[in-house]
Design a protein around this ligand. Sequence first.
Ligand SMILES: [Ca+2]
Length: 508
Amino acid sequence: MSNDKLFTDLNVKIKFEERVMYNRREFLKLLGAGSAFFHLSSCSKNLKTSQNRPNIVLIFTDDQGYSDVGCFGAQGFDTPNLDKMAENGMRFTSFYVPQAVCSASRAGLLTGCYPNRIGIRGALGPNAQVGLHSSEVTIAEILKTKGYTTAIFGKWHLGHHLEFLPLQHGFDEYFGLPYSNDMWPVNYDGKPVQTGHKSNYPPLPLIENNHKISEIRTLQDQAALTTLYTQRAVEFIERNQHRPFFLYVPHSMPHVPLGVSDKFRGQSRQGLYGDVIMEIDWSVGQIIKALKRNRLENKTLVIFTSDNGPWMNYGNHAGSTGPLREGKGTSWEGGVRVPCIMQWPHQIPSDQVCLQMASTIDILPTIAEITGASLPDHKIDGVSVFSLLRGNKQAHPRDHFYYYYTHKHGYQLQCVRQGKWKLHFPHSYRSYQGVDKGMDGHPGPYARGKTGVELYNLEKDIGENTDVASQFPDVVKRLKALGEKARQDLGDMKMGGSGVRPSGRIQK
Ligand SMILES: [Ca+2]
């Protein structure tokens, strides 16, 4: 049973053969996924892929910490495929998400905007009435204008109502979960939740295109997700080898509840969390292999990163930030600085480490520059970092970065970074320090932390341990002025900003 596993999911048995992973006809028959795929595959247009229309593969994990990749310092598990990607390309050590929480982070990634500019906050649950506004423009939509075929296999989390789903935002195909894998009526031990807000949640829907096709009901079902997304991704690459494509793979893992298939269970020295990351690394390897098999590796920009830092009160089911302070849900570096690797042979120089600041909100304008796609007409916050990808060590395309976080009064401007300097504005935050950690899938409590006006030199003090505000009053003044600009444009708690646009809201 080493390479030949049986997964229970979608109420059918899928025979999984690792060596001969791609067998679409058999796979679709087993999955009962319908005939739509055959129609799509039979009308391949054989568009010519050129260097200015590379394929884009964007792999986005959920709650993976800054140090949860081998080449970023992982301990207790190995990630050979991600390490190989870094050898073949570029590793970014100062790479940020715009907010340390799922929906907001994804809104920023796909639109190139700070999520508070477009009204997406926190993590949207099964009762949410909002989603990504139809007038916002996603990476998928700008690539559609250049003739790309687009797909998302994984977690969407930008509104689960029909009008907000991926097919209404530029994607041709969708398979996955509409929101987080813990937004279900199941307890940490896998038993039904009897009380509290989760007891009213519907079973976790598994969606294909615009329709629910099944439900994720058990912890065992969760264990199949990474493999299912990977199968879809590989099959999509095979089917679209002759035309430019955008493949977005936002994994549900390693967000709790953790699930891993039998082929990786018990494989890491770290435990279940390590097993899950090893399976994600395997998935990256399967995707790269599929690109190679179809001679697409040199025509494909592959980006790997995470949506926010680790949910540390889950203890041994959470990742590590290495030297960074705090984790998910905070504007300390451990919440928002994430591992990022990009490869594109002969375009991105190999074995490079990029120290300059960049963010997921920069991916949309970077792809626009590479492909010649037009930027949206409305204001966005990302800047093209193509110069960094080309190995220009003198380039500093991102001058500064704002750290907002969702707050009971809208959004709070918590920090600003320019160059090596990061200024915290006074705010309170949930903290993971000085409290007992959770264990084996059960969470521990949060502590509360509070910061005043504090200045950190991230070059010397990546752990934000030594406040040097009193030694550098001019720097504090300069960064405060940047913060004031942000407040005028993007707001700050009760203060509305002039450049804020509304989220989408369902019509009742
Ligand atoms: Ca997340």
